[in-house]
Design a binder for this molecule. Structure first.
Ligand code: MN
Length: 494
């Protein structure tokens, strides 16, 4: 990896970027890290370059790329943060400071784990770009894990799989999540990794032959009809995501149809539907496999048209059709909003994902100041790592919650006031108890009593979100000791 290669990638994704400033950051980092090597034996600057490369591939702006090049300078060289600021300005220095504050992750036991998590959320909440750099840094560290002793390898990979990947997922960064998982998979679950690779390779060789033919034919048909293809490529399913899907499908790879898929990127939505029509007129679609996620996006916002068709010799091939904007959103998530947005600290778009980060950071701040809750670390883990469900307000807004959430969690997710005053709930127009478990797609309507004084401490027995727990506890503080008496079985007090 060289600075030349890096600049080439930047140029491709961001032709108007400030190339000189990137080169200056490289020179500065190169000089600062002079003589240092990584455990792999390669010069240290290679790590800085690889980190910057990942950021450039995410189409991020020049300042983030500079910060990526400089991210280890204050911590690992005798150049200080002030030196960075003097040379590259406060924006870049601020990001480097954020990374330095996160520190080198030392993952020992549950306390450290939670502590790391807390630091990450604080950093993200103050400047989400810091987390982009941290992800990019982690990707290169994961790809050079072989140089570490096995125990350390496992620890770093496990942390990436359990902390970094779920966070990337929640930020909508599909490609980042997939890469983090794939790089970690073989160190965390080596046997399962080998098994999945074996299955996939055998199957893919067969598939790929058809795929190439299908891709050529599809391109020809679409272009003949006068539609401009911005990009068409085969995409292989991420290996870890394939593994998880296999577990859901009784480990039968023949039942998985999106092992490889063909992705077609076109100019606008009209072209998406036109392409779908062209494909269907050429090859018969498989019944029940046409998915219009443009008219009805997935609850996480994902948009695309999917169809599986019988191609030559009856082989099934999945097509995914989308615009460039949909593609960037699906692959880059929150990072897509930072394309060119150099000087903005917060993206222009009202960002749900960013709200989530800020909410969590707030909760964590409270946890830190209330040692009695600090013990209850599970609260926190639930919000981040549990599978999410998506439920709908009567107005059609989508609210995402951890699995097994109840109407009370939903009420608090909408507004503290609604939570505090909630007396009943309707799910899909039917009255349900407040402790019933919600499912994805449920339409939830909360009934409130304006005169109600506050939440019922009993709700603590069933709510799932830490935000609901924190709010209920705050309002029922005086009653909490009474409530504790009711939940701690008599005998345990003695
Ligand atoms: Mn680093």
């Amino acid at each position: 990896m060289s600075i030349k290669e890096l600049l080439k990638i930047v140029k491709k994704n961001n032709p108007n970027a400030d190339f000189d400033s990137i080169r200056l950051a490289y020179d500065f980092a190169e000089e600062a890290h002079q003589g240092q090597t990584r455990l792999t034996g390669e010069p240290y600057i290679n790590h800085s370059l690889e980190t910057a490369k990942t950021l450039a591939k995410m189409k991020l702006g020049a300042q983030i790329i500079q910060a990526g090049l400089l991210h280890d300078v204050p911590e690992d060289t005798d150049r200080t943060l002030e030196d960075v600021e003097k040379n590259f300005g406060s924006e870049v220095a601020q990001m480097v400071a954020g990374i330095t504050k996160l520190g080198k992750i030392k993952y020992r036991g549950m306390d450290r784990y939670i502590e790391n998590l807390r630091k990450m959320f604080m950093a993200m909440a103050s400047d989400v770009r810091v987390i982009f750099i941290k992800f990019a840094d982690r990707i290169h560290n994961l790809s050079t894990l072989e140089a570490h002793p096995p125990k350390k390898r496992y620890r770093i990979a496990l942390e990436s799989l359990e902390i970094y990947a779920p966070i990337a997922n929640r930020l909508g960064m599909g490609e980042m999540k997939g890469t983090l998982e794939d790089l970690s998979f073989k160190y965390v679950y080596p046997k399962e990794y080998q098994w999945t690779i074996g299955l996939m390779q055998a199957r893919r060789e067969v598939k790929e032959k058809y795929l190439n033919t299908a891709l050529r034919n599809a391109r020809k048909e679409i272009e003949q009809s006068g539609i401009k293809i911005l990009d068409i490529h085969g995409r292989a399913k991420h290996i870890y995501s394939l593994y998880k899907k296999l577990l859901r499908y009784d480990r039968e790879i023949d039942r998985i149809h999106d092992l490889v898929a063909i992705r077609i990127i076109v100019k606008d939505i009209a072209d998406c539907y036109a392409v779908l029509g062209i494909l269907h007129s050429k090859w018969p679609p498989v019944r029940g496999r046409i998915k219009d996620y443009i008219a009805q996006p997935k609850p996480n916002g994902y948009k695309s048209l999917h169809t599986t068709v019988f191609c030559e010799e009856g082989e099934k091939v999945e097509f995914q059709i989308r615009t460039q904007e949909m593609h960037d959103e699906a692959e880059l998530g929150i990072a897509a909003h930072w394309h060119y947005e150099e000087t903005l600290k917060t993206p222009q778009t009202e960002d749900k994902q960013l709200h989530w980060v800020k909410d969590l950071a707030k909760i964590q701040e409270q946890l830190q100041t209330r040692s009695q809750y600090l013990k209850n670390l599970e609260d926190l883990k639930i919000d981040v790592f549990q599978t999410r469900i998506f439920v709908i307000t009567p107005k059609g807004d989508v609210i995402d919650l951890p699995e097994d959430s109840t109407p009370v969690d939903f009420a608090y997710a909408i507004h503290t006031e609604i939570g505090d005053k909630c007396t009943g709930a309707k799910v899909n127009d039917e009255m349900v108890p407040l402790d019933s478990k919600l499912k994805s797609g449920d339409m939830v309507d909360i009934l409130v009593d304006k005169k109600r004084k506050g939440p019922n401490p009993d709700w603590l027995k069933f709510v799932k979100t830490s935000s609901a727990k924190t709010k209920i506890k705050a309002k029922t503080k005086s009653k909490i000791t009474d409530w504790l008496k009711t939940v701690i079985p008599s005998g345990e007090n003695k």
